[in-house]
Design a protein around this ligand. Structure first.
Ligand code: ADP
Ligand code: 6PG
Length: 165
């Protein structure tokens, strides 16, 4: 079964939309941050963006989760900012990306509104600089974060259903 990867920069709604999507589908949800080695979380918490070398082990761990969930399906969040990061995730098996995209001011406001999260708002611009949006030849959908989460979930399920044989 297809594993859905909910992607986008910090604050785009990956956790909110991803967990709602998993609940609607009755499949497991996994949070990208749970796959980071502690050093990566410490680096981001202290205001430093991750680089490619920091991200490879994290991406491979998520690809392994994708592989382990091919039989049951599942939903996993991952910022998956660059196309070559998504290439690593695709090595895990059948994946479909839901890219949550929206304006910087809304992202910053949503990050600011969260409490107790390790990711500082100051890292938003580095995330946006790294972002390579989902391309038309990559399986998936770009959704607008100005829509409510339930509408994004509905649209994702409709689009995904169209692609199933
Ligand atoms: N589509 C949406 N509309 C309104 N608020 C949203 C939406 N998606 C997420 N939020 C809110 O924005 C904040 C960031 O969302 P979150 O799911 O933590 O993002 P991420 O996991 O991508 O960092 C949360 O407070 C969440 O409730
Ligand atoms: O690749 C990265 O730079 C990080 O993985 C980064 O994307 C981070 O893990 C989350 O974006 C922060 O967590 P939230 O997305 O939940 O804010």
């Amino acid at each position: 079964m297809t594993v859905i990867v909910v992607m986008g920069v910090a604050g785009s709604g990956k956790t909110t939309v991803g967990s709602a999507l998993a609940e609607r589908l009755g499949v497991e949800y996994a949070e990208a941050d749970a796959f980071h080695p502690p050093a990566n979380i410490e680096k981001m918490s202290s205001g430093h963006p991750l680089d490619d070398e920091d991200r490879w082990p994290w991406l491979h761990a998520i690809a392994a989760w994708i592989s382990e969930h091919q039989a049951t399906g599942g939903v996993v969040s991952s910022s998956a900012l660059k196309r070559r990061y998504r290439d690593v995730l695709r090595t895990g098996g059948d994946v479909w990306f839901l890219h949550l995209d929206g304006p910087r001011d809304v992202l910053a406001e949503r990050m600011q509104g969260r409490t107790g999260h390790f990711m500082p708002v100051s890292l938003l611009d580095s995330q946006l600089a790294d972002l390579e949006p989902l391309e038309t030849d990559e399986r998936g959908l770009i959704a607008d974060i100005l829509e409510p989460p339930s509408a994004i979930v509905d649209r994702a399920l409709t689009e995904l259903a169209k692609e199933q044989p």
